[in-house]
Structure formats: structure tokens, C-alpha cells
Design a protein around this ligand. Structure first.
Ligand SMILES: [Zn+2]
Length: 120
């Protein structure tokens, strides 16, 4: 938060207020004033500075969020890829194993039944 100090237009006392505030109050003469940001070069500069700072902050947050999103995507797709590959490996190994068992079973069956073939 940026503060500025201005002289009270009524009594000349210093009034300290936050840049961006529209209404200020003089403690000495107890009067209220509207802050003119457009006509006072110092105030309009300060207001512009605060606007620029908040834009910088917002874009910083956005790029930070983008980085996090990118990281999340990389981690997600890596885990997803590992799952797919694992599934495929287990599936193929199961198929090979099943084919092996069927082959052995057929061979035993052939031996036991005078080498006649069966259809699987
Ligand atoms: Zn005053």
C-alpha cells in the first residue's frame, strides 16, 4: 500500500491517505474532501504506479499458475503413460502365458491320446 501526504485545502494541515482512496478526512478541521486523481500530477502518477504494480502482480501469478499447470500436466501424463504401458505389458504377458499353457496342455493331451490333435 502506497501512502501520500497532501495539505488540507481548508486549514493547511497534512492529510495522509492511501493512494486510491476517494474520500479523505482532515483530523484538524474535521472536514471531508474528495481526492482528485485526474488533476493532481503526483496523485495520478502514484495511482498509475499502483495500477501497473497490480497488473505486474496479476501477470506474475498467472505465469506461476501456468508453470504449475504445465508441471501438473507432465506428472499426470507420465503417470497415465506408466499405467498404460504397465497394463499392456501385463496383458501381453498374460496372453503369452495362456498360449504357453494351452500349448503344454495340447502336447500332454496328444501324448495321452495317441498323438491325435485337438482343436483348441
Ligand atoms: Zn483541514
Amino acid at each position: 500500500m502506497k501512502f501520500v501526504e497532501k495539505k488540507c485545502p481548508n486549514c493547511g494541515a497534512n492529510i495522509k491517505f492511501k493512494v486510491g482512496e476517494r474520500d479523505v478526512h482532515c483530523e484538524k478541521c474535521r472536514r471531508d474532501f474528495a481526492v482528485e486523481y485526474d488533476t493532481d500530477p503526483e496523485l495520478s502518477d502514484a495511482a498509475a504506479e499502483i495500477r501497473a504494480e497490480s497488473i505486474r502482480l496479476a501477470s506474475d501469478m498467472l505465469s506461476h499458475a501456468n508453470r504449475n499447470m504445465k508441471l501438473f500436466r507432465i506428472i499426470f501424463f507420465t503417470i497415465f503413460g506408466i499405467c498404460i504401458v504397465s497394463f499392456l505389458v501385463i496383458f501381453v504377458m498374460g496372453m503369452i502365458n495362456a498360449a504357453q499353457i494351452r500349448k503344454e496342455y495340447n502336447e500332454q493331451w496328444q501324448k495321452a491320446n495317441n498323438n491325435s490333435y485337438i482343436t483348441p
